[in-house]
Design a protein around this ligand. Structure first.
Ligand SMILES: Cc1cc2nc3c(=O)[nH]c(=O)nc-3n(C[C@H](O)[C@H](O)[C@H](O)COP(=O)(O)OP(=O)(O)OC[C@H]3O[C@@H](n4cnc5c(N)ncnc54)[C@H](O)[C@@H]3O)c2cc1C
Length: 412
């Protein structure tokens, strides 16, 4: 591992994970002259089941700088509204924001990388390092050498597991039911009362948050879009474990693949929705054929570099999704990694600098997400938690805090 490529003036990075972080890292590292290859364990192209993504100025900036661009990024919504149980609008906020989808971002970023350097069906197993480079082992006895390894392999990162096994995601005490029905399937009432808005419904210890996103194949035409529907619910670890038993009686560890979610759970969800949701929102849930749930976890890693291994995106730190900032952070991490490698002749000094700059930002983002999570009223430990929980019971405060741009300014 004597860094042969570096010696010839062209350093090489092996990147694990072919999603947001991995693709951002590949784009930014290539811009500074590095030779990069992305290894993704999925054997087929990644798809995002229609997940909605709120955008931030940092994300738009990272997309432009990476070369992915922001063309036809999503649906622009002007106004936020909060509803009461009867469906009356009880608060509004003017906040223009582009709402995009995971699929659109993946498509834009995927186009930045040459097919020859994007490898599907490569499962990372372990890394060895000797101070001057890495040897990366994959399933099937495959091996690659490089100057650095970049772990962009998500919240359950195998790269992180190897270099800091003590760092594990922590369950927040709540989960979300989600889905993205087609605009064409929504009722007249839903189309009029909620579809044009970033909508909130906020009963105690619950949050329903919805907004329009593009349709299949990034279709932005009226009538062809989708509606991102998210319902936060609380569940202790025991209840979550029960929810993770699938239709065939098999226990899953973190969540259940959508087609295997127990029919009884979905029937109970629909009953609860009938009783609890404003009619327009209930209409939206009713036309989601396959609602699925995602438990919410977070974690902070005390460092995001170990030797020649650097973590980025969700692998480096994972915030609860209340700010909708995960992809923005992935872009920021990737850009900082490339900037520090460009500005230092010495790779180890560059990685130390990357850690110094980005670890604290990841930590701030996670702590901020915990603050917003106090709305759910779970595990409130400090006076500050209880005060924040009380503040967030006002829907206007939620509209001022949830997924708003420039929240990091308060920490600068
Ligand atoms: C409910 C919810 C709502 C969200 N809303 C927003 C939002 O509005 N805005 C926003 O910006 N973010 C949002 N996020 C967060 C966002 O989705 C993530 O931050 C983002 O996807 C992280 O990208 P990543 O590339 O770091 O990780 P991932 O997208 O998880 O990608 C990791 C990749 O690594 C691959 N991989 C894993 N292990 C291996 C291995 N051993 N070998 C090879 N490949 C491997 C995986 O297959 C995967 O493709 C939300 C998240 C959730 C859960």
């Amino acid at each position: 591992m004597n860094s042969p490529l570096r010696a010839r003036g062209r350093a090489r990075a092996v990147i694990i994970g072919g999603s947001m972080s991995g693709l951002f890292a590949a784009a930014f590292l290539r811009q500074i002259g590095w030779n990069v290859d992305v290894y993704e364990r999925s054997p087929v192209e990644l798809v995002g089941r229609g997940a909605g993504i709120t955008t931030h100025p940092e994300l738009l900036d990272a997309l432009e700088r990476s070369g992915a661009g922001t063309r036809e990024l999503g649906v622009e919504v002007e106004t936020r509204i909060a509803l009461d149980r009867q469906g009356r609008v009880i608060a509004t906020k003017h906040l223009p924001q582009i709402l995009t989808s995971w699929d659109r971002l993946q498509r834009l970023l995927r186009e930045t990388i040459d097919e020859a350097h994007y490898h599907l069906g490569w499962n990372f197993e372990r890394v060895e390092q000797d101070g001057s480079g890495v040897r990366v082992h994959f399933s099937g006895d495959r091996m690659e050498e490089a100057d650095i390894l970049v772990g962009g392999d998500g919240i359950r990162s195998g790269v992180r597991e190897q270099i800091m096994p003590a760092v594990q995601p922590i369950y927040a005490g709540y989960y979300i039911w989600r889905g993205a029905p087609n605009e064409a399937d929504l009722s007249e009432r839903a189309l009029k009362e909620v579809f044009p808005y970033f909508s909130f419904f906020l009963p105690p210890q619950q949050e329903v948050i919805c907004y329009p996103i593009s349709g299949f194949n990034n279709d932005l035409r009226p009538g062809h879009r989708r509606f991102n529907f998210i319902w936060y619910r609380i569940a202790d670890a025991t209840l979550l474990k029960q929810m993770c038993v699938d239709e065939r009686g098999r226990q899953h560890e973190y969540s259940v693949p959508p087609p295997l979610i127990r029919k009884g759970l979905i029937a109970a969800l629909r009953d609860e929705a009938n009783a609890a949701l404003p009619s327009a929102l209930n209409d939206c849930l009713r036309v989601i054929g396959q609602p699925f749930f995602t438990p919410i976890y977070d974690f902070i890693a005390p460092r995001i570099v170990s030797g020649r291994v650097a973590l980025i995106g969700d692998a480096a730190s994972n915030a609860r999704p209340h700010m909708g900032f995960g992809v923005s952070k992935a872009g920021g991490d990737a850009q900082a990694l490339a900037d520090t490698l460009r500005d230092h002749d010495d790779i180890d000094a560059a990685l130390a600098e990357y850690n110094r700059i980005r670890q604290p930002i990841g930590e701030i983002i996670v702590k901020h997400s915990r603050k917003l999570g106090t709305h759910m009223g779970v595990n409130l430990q400090t006076e500050e938690d209880r005060a924040m929980h009380a503040l967030l019971q006002d829907p206007r405060a939620m509209m001022d805090w949830i997924a708003v741009p420039n929240f990091l300014d308060a920490y600068r």
